[in-house]
Design a protein around this ligand. Structure first.
Ligand code: AMP
Length: 363
């Protein structure tokens, strides 16, 4: 656990004017619908934005206040933190916030109330911890290889850090593994240190569903809010090429996320979809209290045995939620009106203020 203790954050919260809360985030990733959703629930909104990156926020008009910084990472500077506290801000973390601010800074230096569990962010960032959460919960995951020499069937090779799938590759034998590692190094996409930390897992031939959930700590309930599939470069361009040409050009595809498609899953798979999230929420409560409060995502592959296999999680709002700024088919079933993930976060904060239970949803 980091230096920023919940008791200290709760003291800051005590001094906040609860009738005048601002919802704030870093201008990137999912900030458009986080702030739009906050406005819909009646909050003031603020954006911490890197100089030169204001355009989408100004054009869409989602922010009431702008804190312009030289670099995204400056969100952890003392003066920026003070400005946020002065506006009674609750900060909503997202993938870019964690990447730019730095996990250590979020854990040790960022003395501003944050929505959700700040301690769980490390558990999604470190592959062993992430795996422990899934294994402990009994969630179905891909088989993992401890050494490249054991590769005996198609595997997916991954590397540490949030690099958007850059440098990932598929191999079927130890020889092919070594050949592709050399090619990635020559391209400057991998260092020796990355190779030592290569994560090798069974290649699941199946369809990709990234499932967006919201765990309400106030109601102790997991909600299904949407699903997307990733649009990844260069693999998705590569597969549009006739097979013969793919063989001719001998290109190593990569998996850099460039966008998202909305998706729905076969209705008969929904029991698995709910069950796996309930399991993860339970193991998170045990391993990293208070658990997975707020938005999270399970990235899955569904094979032709109709098994939903989880290969990755996000313990905060996932980028794919951008596909549902006006709500998804699943959020429609629950709410009957447009409910983005951003709006759901704001609704939880609003309910927590009404019930005087903010400390249940903030760390
Ligand atoms: P990730 O960066 O972990 O989200 O992975 C990037 C992409 O690689 C995913 O969107 C999937 O298309 C693919 N992928 C990841 N893990 C596997 C796996 N075990 N088997 C097959 N494809 C995978």
């Amino acid at each position: 656990m980091g230096e920023v203790k919940s008791e200290y954050i709760f003291k800051i919260l005590d001094k906040y004017d609860k009738n005048n809360i601002t919802i704030a985030t870093l201008g990137s990733h999912t900030s458009l619908h986080i702030l739009q959703g906050a406005k819909e629930e009646g909050f003031r909104t603020a954006i911490v934005c890197e100089k030169g990156r204001e355009v989408p926020y100004k054009r869409f008009g989602v922010a009431d206040e702008y804190i312009i910084v030289d670099k995204f990472k400056d969100i952890v500077n003392d003066d920026v933190q003070q400005k946020l506290r002065d506006m009674n801000a609750i900060v909503v973390p997202h993938g870019s916030f964690v990447a730019y601010a730095g996990l250590e800074n979020v854990e040790d230096k960022f003395n501003v109330p944050m929505f959700g569990n700040r301690d769980i962010l490390r558990w999604e960032a470190e592959r062993d911890k992430e795996r422990t959460l899934l294994v402990e919960g009994g969630v179905r995951i891909p088989y993992k290889y401890d050494d490249p020499s054991e590769i005996d069937r198609p595997v997916m090779v991954k590397f540490p850090g949030a690099r958007g799938g850059r440098g990932y590759f598929v191999a079927s034998s130890p020889e092919e593994f070594n050949k592709k590692i050399d090619a990635m190094k020559a391209r400057g996409w991998l260092e020796d240190e990355d190779v030592a930390n290569a994560h090798i897992e069974e290649y699941v031939s199946g369809c990709n569903y990234c499932i967006h959930y919201f765990y309400s700590a106030l109601e102790d309930k997991v909600e299904l809010l949407g699903m997307d599939t990733r649009y990844e470069s260069s693999i998705d361009g590569f597969v549009r090429m006739p097979a013969k040409d793919q063989l001719d050009i001998d290109l190593s595809p990569s998996y850099v996320v460039t966008g998202n498609h909305p998706a729905v899953i076969r209705e008969s798979l929904l029991p698995q979809v709910f069950e796996m999230a309930d399991k993860l929420v339970d193991s998170a409560k045990k391993l990293v209290a208070p658990g997975l409060n707020g938005p999270f995502c399970m990235q899955t592959l569904v094979n032709d045995n109709l098994e939903v296999i989880c290969f990755e999680i996000s313990a905060r709002v996932d980028g794919g939620t951008n596909a549902f700024m006006g709500g998804s088919p699943y959020s429609y079933l629950t709410y009957g009106e447009p409910m983005s993930m951003g709006r759901r976060i704001a609704l939880e904060i609003k309910h927590a203020i009404e019930k005087e239970e903010l400390e249940k949803v903030i760390t």
